[in-house]
Write a protein that binds this ligand. Structure first.
Ligand code: 3SK
Length: 514
């Protein structure tokens, strides 16, 4: 089965769930949204976008906290044939200014709490925004902006989805690299369908009786599948949470809404297991958990299973492949491994000569499958490096054992994954060096007691200058997305360098291991 040539993913989901109009699709911090309401509000949003002059194929920036207006915005944009560009809510005005300019978004859908940051980004120029919709505004609206609910109330639902092809650009997600600006990863309408058919249904075995809850927000490819594509493809219910997924915030939802499937990342599972307020097994209704973002240490999965009697299914996906392509399976979990390739995806480990490596040897991970992105928008060089004749280069290193199970062996580039989110060491180093007391800096990954990667900065101060560890951490936190600041910081007299002056980060990594 493949989706038909004329295919609109939002229209497809609404057709699929028409009989479920009264069932709950979403529960957020403010209330519930039934399948019928989800369809009606999304079709109204589509009409409101059209009324604001937004046309097929035009980009719409979606800068929203997880809540019931998020899926309405995403699906409504798809329904209108527009292309939602879903962005991380933790970024800086500089980041959004770049994304507005790069995507040429003609409209923005924004949560009231994020409006000041967006306005600062828009004031930096270089955007084409003609329509602004504000969900749950905190104060007066800027001139020309529309309040989300009022905009929906002012129009009739769009009668039918705007015609789109299954291979048309459907939406974008931004993916970060070790150097340069984030890359606009362009996905099709069909790619969403493929991730549900290849992974959400057969591997996770989701059904309409499930209640899904994802710690990963919907602007991440992982969260989008967990909290939208998969549950809506089977008529399940989704719990959404705007706040940060701290252990306490997560526990509250586990106990109050009784999710049956929870999607998290290793750092989150480790934090929850360490919490004195970890709920009792009887207080929750979890039947299965999923983990991605970074490799899950086997010990964490085992302790979790011991406490809750529930498996954590570890897998790896990417923004470029849209969701998970190697995974453990319920009932077949090999702790410490990422599992086996998901059916429908081919996976190869290649050596430096580009040829497949034998079992047991480390190789670069390449994937071939139908949910691969079309390209990075307006970035031919990076597109060519990553999307190679049907194969997608992941940037991860892996080994495969004789039974076909894959084990993570690190990144091929300098990128770090902290709490499941990519962090470029160069960006953190460059920010530290903006501090007047800092001469130079080098950032590496350092494993904490749970075996999870955190950032560590080595800093050389200028002669006669002084700065404290906390001051430098705060300096980075103020200038970059808060998750990027170095958790560990050490002052050193000099950094190890090659004869040509290149920082030898591997020496710092070796030093940390001693
Ligand atoms: O980080 C991952 O493993 C992942 C999983 C699913 C979708 C996207 C990503 C990046």
């Amino acid at each position: 089965m493949t989706p038909p040539p004329r295919f609109n993913f939002a229209g497809h989901l609404f057709d699929l769930n028409r009989e479920r109009a009264a069932r709950t699709a979403y529960i957020d911090d403010r209330g519930t949204l039934s399948y019928g309401q989800l369809e009606e509000r999304s079709r109204r949003l589509a009409a409101a976008l059209q009324a604001a002059g937004i046309r097929r194929e035009e980009r719409v920036l979606l800068l929203m906290l997880d809540g019931n207006d998020w899926p309405v915005s995403f699906l409504g944009s798809l329904y209108a044939g527009a292309v939602p560009v879903a962005v991380n809510t933790l970024l800086t005005p500089d980041d959004y200014a770049y994304m507005l300019d790069h995507s040429r978004a003609q409209a923005v859908l924004v949560s009231g709490a994020l409006l000041p940051t967006l306005q600062e980004a828009m004031s930096r120029g270089g955007h084409e925004v003609r329509a602004l919709f504000v969900s749950q505004p905190a104060g007066a609206l800027p001139e020309g902006a529309q309040e989300f609910d009022a905009a929906l109330a002012a129009v009739e639902p769009l009668a039918a989805p705007v015609t789109t092809a299954s291979d048309d650009p459907g939406f974008w997600l931004y993916s970060s690299g070790s150097t340069g600006k984030p890359k606009g990863t362009v996905h099709t309408h069909a790619n969403l369908w493929w991730t549900a058919e290849l992974y959400g249904k057969p591997v996770l075995g989701l059904t309409e009786d499930d209640v899904c809850f994802s710690a990963a927000k919907m602007y991440f490819a992982y969260g989008l599948g967990n909290a939208l594509t998969f549950p809506l493809s089977v008529g399940a219910t989704v719990v959404l949470m705007a706040e940060r997924p701290t252990p306490d915030a997560t526990f509250r939802r586990w106990v109050e809404h009784k999710p049956t499937v929870f999607f998290g990342a290793p750092t989150g599972f480790a934090g929850m297991l360490a919490s004195p307020r970890l709920p009792a097994r009887e207080a929750v209704a979890l039947r299965m958990c999923s983990s991605a973002g970074e490799a899950l240490p086997g010990e964490i999965a085992q302790r979790f299973k011991q406490h809750f009697g529930c498996e954590i299914i570890d897998g790896i996906g990417s923004t470029e492949m849209l969701h998970i392509f190697i995974s453990n399976r319920p009932g077949d979990v090999r702790y410490g491994t990422t599992g086996r390739p998901v059916e429908g995806y081919e996976v190869e480990l290649r050596g430096e000569d580009g040829r497949p490596v034998p079992d047991g040897e480390v190789g670069d991970l390449y994937i071939r499958g139908p949910s691969s992105a079309l390209m990075y928008w307006a970035n031919r060089e990076k597109s060519r490096e990553t999307f190679q004749g049907g194969w997608t280069k992941s940037g991860d290193k892996y080994t495969r054992d004789a039974d076909g199970y894959f084990t993570y062996a690190g990144r091929s580039d300098d990128m770090l994954k902290v709490s499941g989110i990519y962090v470029s060491p160069f960006e953190v180093e460059a920010t530290l060096m903006q501090h007047p007391a800092v001469l130079e800096a080098a950032v590496i990954g350092k494993e904490d007691a749970d075996g999870l990667t955190k950032t560590k900065a080595f800093v050389v101060l200028k002669d006669g200058s002084a700065a404290t560890e906390d001051e430098l951490k705060a300096f980075v936190k103020e200038r970059l997305a808060p998750y990027k600041y170095p958790r560990f910081l050490e002052f050193v007299g000099e950094l190890p360098k090659t004869a040509t002056g290149k920082i030898q980060r591997f020496r710092l990594r070796e030093k940390e291991k001693q």
